[in-house]
Design a protein around this ligand. Structure first.
Ligand code: AMP
Length: 412
């Protein structure tokens, strides 16, 4: 199937061709016709599948076709909500790319940065607004935003949005928009609470499922180092000095862990920066730009801060901590070995993280390659424990208690 078959118009086809897209991806093939038919849609697809264009292109087509209104005093007709600032910026960049040959205007608003410049842009009028929930509601309260003309509302990364505690904000935003709007809900997974939200606010939705990616690329060489918790930093430094080369993203589970490692790496002369939820938007954007430009070669991140960010061309992914959700491991690893290239994935595992290895291996249906020969091995007793046979019920329990802990405290 080609983009032409999807009934896109010439300005969009030109922009898509210039972006280097030859054919629509699966999620685009399935979703674009439904959006053009003004259906409500629930799409289960992860970042990397081309899901942004799956909603951006048909929204632009619909708005382009309805452009009989005068240009002056543009009203917001499409609203896209995103849980993180980086993702919001990325979505806006995509809209800008695809709308190059139209006169449709888009902008992005998010918190953690001055509100005044955002007000100025909004006052000039835009057709499409991409926003994080808090800043959107703030601007609405100040009467800068009018949601009375919204024709399409997109809830992107809905599962993450709910995990981050935005449920009430999302419901409020939905109520502030017109009742006859089309709603598109995108989510990497559809847990019960997302399903519940969809049942409450969507109208007879169509469903699109792009298979959950549970496999890691054959081109990624995945290795694992068991190490005492107290020696993780030393082993990490040893590997960075001797083994891990090129552009690297290092994942840690907590913001505290990210900060601590960043300080150590800088002290040791590495060109590194970090992104996590407690850093200002400018600092986060700065770190990403430096990484993309090659001014630094190590980016340290929490999963939530890195989620949805299109950083490709990595030589290696380094899991300083293992994720307690196995799908997160697949997301992380998927950032290397893109477009047929090969890549490396290194993981450090302390004794308490062993259950995570088991559920990861269960999901990806393969054993990680354990490297025994390194300077910080486990002591013999811990090693014996580690090599005991896995107990499935035990690790399920571990996962649940970890998840409930996460509810009480924001780790990202
Ligand atoms: P997304 O899942 O929306 O974050 O998209 C992931 C990456 O795929 C982005 O870099 C897009 O520019 C790219 N992309 C989206 N659609 C296509 C397509 N049809 N062909 C090739 N690349 C695409």
């Amino acid at each position: 199937m080609s983009f032409k078959d999807l009934q896109l118009n010439r300005p969009l086809l030109r922009a898509v061709a210039e972006a280097g897209y030859d054919n629509p991806t699966l999620v685009q093939e399935k979703t674009i016709p439904l959006v053009l038919n003004k259906k409500d849609v629930i799409v289960s697809a992860q970042t990397g599948t081309g899901k942004t264009a799956a909603f951006a292109l048909p929204i632009l087509k619909l708005l382009y076709d309805q452009q009989d209104a005068p240009k002056k005093g543009k009203k917001i007709k499409a609203l896209i909500t995103s849980p993180t600032r980086e993702l919001a910026i990325q979505i806006e960049n995509n809209f800008k790319t695809y709308s190059t040959y139209t006169n449709l205007r888009s902008t992005v608003v998010y918190g953690g940065t001055s509100i005044e410049p955002q007000k100025e842009v909004l006052k000039k009028g835009v057709d499409i607004l991409i926003a994080t929930p808090g800043r959107l509601l703030d601007l609405h309260k100040q009467d800068i935003i009018n949601l009375d003309y919204i024709k399409t509302l997109v809830l992107d990364e809905a599962d993450l949005m709910l995990d981050m505690g935005f449920i009430d904000d999302v419901k409020k935003i939905e109520r502030l928009c017109t009742t006859d709007k089309q709603i598109l809900l995108f989510s990497a997974t559809i847990p019960y609470k997302v399903e519940q939200l969809a049942n409450t606010i969507l109208n007879n939705p169509e469903r699109v499922e792009v298979a959950q990616n549970s496999s890691t690329s054959k081109n990624v060489n995945q290795v694992l180092f068991f190490v005492p918790k107290k020696n993780k930093i030393e082993l990490g430094l040893h590997l960075l000095r001797n083994t891990i080369k090129g552009n690297i993203i290092i994942f840690r589970r907590t913001k505290f862990g990210v900060d601590k490692l960043e300080k150590t790496l800088l002290k040791n002369g590495y060109k590194a920066d970090s992104i996590h939820g407690d850093k200002s938007q400018t600092a986060r954007q700065d770190a990403l730009t430096k990484f993309k430009k090659g001014e630094i070669n190590i980016l340290i991140a929490t999963d939530v801060a890195a989620r949805g960010i299109d950083i490709s061309d990595l030589d290696a992914v380094f899991n300083f901590d293992l994720p307690n959700i196995p799908e997160t491991y697949v997301h992380r690893i998927g950032r290397t070995a893109r477009a047929g290239k090969s890549g490396m994935a290194y993981s450090l595992c302390s004794a308490d993280e062993k259950p995570y290895v088991q559920i990861i291996q269960h999901l990806i249906q393969m054993q990680l390659d354990v490297i025994e020969d390194h300077p910080y091995p486990l002591d013999p007793k811990a090693k014996k424990e580690i090599h005991k046979s896995p107990n499935k019920s035990k690790y399920r329990k571990g996962r649940k208690s970890e998840a409930s802990k996460k509810k009480k405290k924001r780790w990202y």
